[in-house]
Design a protein around this ligand. Structure first.
Ligand SMILES: Nc1ncnc2c1ncn2[C@@H]1O[C@H](COP(=O)(O)OP(=O)(O)OP(=O)(O)O)[C@@H](O)[C@H]1O
Ligand SMILES: [Mg+2]
Length: 365
């Protein structure tokens, strides 16, 4: 098998050289790139000295294609990745603008993400020296509106990775009958767009706990997903991170949480007192007409309100003041009272029963 692949690499290199000598540099670069990918694959399946030799060979191929036309290849690769996402009906990839500074609180979550994803990527050589690798995927779970999607966007920004947002509620029905194939295509796109973060939102709808009544096709799709996630572990040069999020961790097929799969699980809790204070500060920071705000008072009054609730409260209060200003023509400040008024009108979106459910889940795992 490896023999065949090596022959294949040789024939690719020969083809690339022919192209190059006939003056077609863009095409040659592409074929060198294919040869590079192939050698990386072979390296991923070998070990010891042989692996080192392959990696060395891959490095040389990379230098060649970069020097003769890395730009063409790069453009091509990204374009192809985008095309696949379009076919799959997934939003175009982006490097989000949100940064870690925009995320209030969630220090534990941030630390975990820093050590598992951001540092290994930023300090590549060092992490290889210490054999630190990011394997499998990460699962974020917690009540709605606590910043799960938001923090993944911030991660993508920190590592300058393409954020690919897979939202199963729309995809599930559209992919009917093509699940397995589409999952492979999706991972291929993530690879073409790498460094990338493949984000599966509402993973519980994609891989619900098995009920025995799923179609064969759905089951095969799920096992394809697991194979792809597992496969990434052995290819640490690929720079694809898989992150999933859910409100219902208890509703997920447990097979996806085995080692090498989504084995890093992080609870994203509702904001605590300090985080709520910070949320109000962040969400009001762009307002030019702001009075003295009693942030402690607001934090004290908003237990069990989510980050999304607090964002909504700020928007609504500012909107109310704005309407007032339009009527009177008088630029007045947004005050603590304006905010408290809105708080009194809306209920926190996280109830005690739900929190208890998460506590029980954490204890049971
Ligand atoms: N910790 C936070 N820091 C800053 N903003 C936050 C935070 N939590 C929530 N928000 C705000 O609330 C909005 C909604 O959050 P987000 O969509 O990330 O929640 P979620 O946990 O993914 O919710 P769901 O489970 O419903 O998908 C964000 O766009 C952000 O503006
Ligand atoms: Mg979300």
């Amino acid at each position: 098998m490896t023999e065949n692949r090596i022959d294949h690499v040789s024939s690719l290199i020969k083809k690339a050289m022919d192209m190059e000598s006939s003056g077609n540099r863009a095409e040659a670069a592409k074929i060198y790139r294919d040869a590079y990918n192939e050698v990386m694959e072979i390296a991923a399946h070998s070990s010891g000295k042989i692996r080192e030799k392959r990696l060395h060979q891959a490095e040389s191929l990379k230098k060649i294609y970069e020097s003769i036309g890395g730009k063409y290849v790069e453009k091509d690769r990204i374009g192809e990745g985008k095309k696949i996402l379009e076919q799959l009906n997934i939003e175009p990839p982006e490097i989000p603008k949100v940064t870690f500074q925009d995320v209030a609180g969630l220090e534990n979550v941030k630390n975990e993400i820093m050590s598992k994803i951001i540092y290994p990527m930023r300090y590549k050589e060092l992490s290889q020296e210490y054999n630190i690798e990011f394997s499998g995927g990460m699962l974020l779970y917690g009540p709605p509106g606590t910043g799960k999607t938001f923090i993944v966007k911030a991660i993508a920004n920190e590592v300058k990775a393409n954020f690919i947002n897979v939202n199963p509620s729309t995809l599930y029905s559209q992919w009917f009958g093509q699940f397995e194939k589409n999952i492979s295509l999706l991972f291929h796109a993530a690879y073409l767009l790498s460094p990338s973060i493949l984000f599966f939102d509402e993973i519980d709808t994609l891989v619900p706990k098995r009920s025995g009544s799923e179609s064969d096709a759905a089951r095969r799709g799920v096992s394809q997903l697991l194979t792809e996630v597992g496969g990434l572990t052995s290819q640490k040069d690929r720079n694809i991170f898989i992150i999933a999020a859910t409100n219902n961790p208890w509703g997920i097929d447990e097979a996806i949480m085995r080692p090498g799969r989504f084995d890093v699980k992080i609870y994203v809790p509702p904001p605590d007192y300090e985080s709520r204070k910070k949320l109000f500060q962040l969400k009001l920071s762009e307002i030019k007409h702001l009075g003295e705000i009693d942030y402690d008072g607001l934090a004290a009054r908003t237990e069990r309100y989510s980050g999304a609730d607090i964002e909504f409260i700020c928007k609504k209060a500012v909107q109310n003041v704005f309407m007032e200003v339009i009527k009177t023509g008088n630029r007045v400040d947004v005050t603590t009272e304006d905010l408290l008024e809105v708080i009194s009108q809306i209920k926190p979106s996280i109830d005690i029963g739900l929190l208890k459910k998460y506590q029980d889940y954490i204890l049971s795992t």
